[in-house]
Each structure stands twice: as C-alpha cells, then as structure tokens.
Design a binder for this molecule. Structure first.
Ligand code: PAN
Ligand code: ZN
Length: 191
C-alpha cells in the first residue's frame, strides 16, 4: 500500500477556559515541580496546580506546526507572580506566536546574552517570539491567564538553560501593581 503523503486535516475546539475538545491535557505543573524557579516557596503553601498545557498531536518535525493552549492560574509565591518554567527552543532559531485568549499577564523574553523584553498579554494580544529568545509567562491578574501558541514543529524545549541561569528579569507584585525587576539570582551566560 502506498505510504500516506500528508497528514489528515483535523480541528479542535478551544473552550472559554482554554481546555480543548476533545480533551488533550499534556502537561500539568504543580508548585512542588516548580520550586527551583522561585526565590523561596513557603512550606505552608499547598501543592496546587500552577499551570496546564493542552496540545494538539502532530509529529515533531520542521514541516509541521505544534499548537497548544496554556492555562496559568492566578497567584503569587512571595512577591513573584505564578509563572511558567520558561525555555529556549532546543533548536534556537525556531519561532513561535502566542495569542491571548483571556486573563492578564506578562510575557518575559530574554536572549542568552541577557537582553530582555516584556510584552503585556491579554485577550487578543498576538505576541511574536522570534528564534533565540527564551520565553516565560507570568499571570499578573486575578483570573487564569489563557493563551494559544503555535510554533515550528521541531523546535523542542531547552528548560535546562533557564533553570541553571535563571531569567534576567522577574515579574513581581508591587504596591500599586505588577513591576518588572532585575533578578538577583540571574547568572549571565559565560560565553
Ligand atoms: C508554550 C509553553 C507553555 C508552558 O506552549 O510550553 O506555555 O511553558 P513552559 O514550557 O515554559 O513550561 C511554548 O512556549 N511552547 O513552545
Ligand atoms: Zn516556546
């Protein structure tokens, strides 16, 4: 039989809360898995889910687009807002687009040299994440921050670099709203 040349077209419904129909939960991050990204997680904090990712299944190759939604809960650890682990794409030049669906937050971006940017995310924001920029989302609102993402199929995720060096900037709760501050724990690339 002749091998299939093309994938089968398909569609998925994104619900108002960011979940997909049919259900496609692919990742759930609890506070206990995220301790290393915060300055200090108080022992008294419950081990709650900080975010979930729902992904559409396509092969991880450069000819495809990976797509998913992220649902990031509201909350803080100390003064730091709940945030995603953050990553570079393993294939560094692979780009990505985020589309805000609901909630309020900040998309933090940083290069390996320590250059950084901040993009405000809310419903309707289309954020372009070029290759070479690590990206992390922080929920600065009181509702879940929900966004859709599409990225080059073979991008892969390098979490280790951000975990080892930290992110140059942090989104923290100030007296009159969110503030961006330098991250004292950040170690710039030795290169
Ligand atoms: C997003 C992220 C998602 C979760 O889909 O993977 O928001 O963040 P972490 O992967 O940093 O835990 C994306 O940027 N994909 O490439
Ligand atoms: Zn990404």
């Amino acid at each position: 039989m002749e091998a299939k040349r093309w994938l089968e077209p398909f569609s998925t419904d994104v619900q108002a809360d960011g979940t997909l129909t049919p259900e496609r939960l692919t990742g759930e991050q609890r506070l206990s898995h995220l301790r290393a990204i915060y300055e200090a997680v108080p022992e008294s904090m419950p081990d709650q889910v900080v975010y979930r990712v729902y992904s559409m299944p396509v092969p991880e190759r450069a000819s495809e687009l990976q797509t998913c939604t992220t649902v990031l809960e509201p909350g803080t650890v100390g003064r730091e807002y709940f945030m995603t682990k953050g990553h570079f794409h393993a294939v560094r030049d692979r780009s990505e687009v985020y589309l805000g669906l609901s909630g309020e937050g900040l998309l933090l971006l940083a290069t390996e040299e320590g250059d950084h940017r901040v993009i405000e995310m809310s419903k309707g924001t289309v954020a372009y994440v070029p290759g070479g920029w690590a990206h992390r989302s922080a929920n600065t609102g009181s509702d879940p921050l929900v966004f859709f993402a599409a990225y080059v199929g073979d991008a892969g995720h390098d979490y280790a670099t951000v975990l080892e060096r930290g992110f140059p900037i942090l989104a923290v709760m100030g007296d009159d709203g969110p503030r961006i501050v330098e991250n004292p724990r950040y170690r710039v690339s030795a290169a």
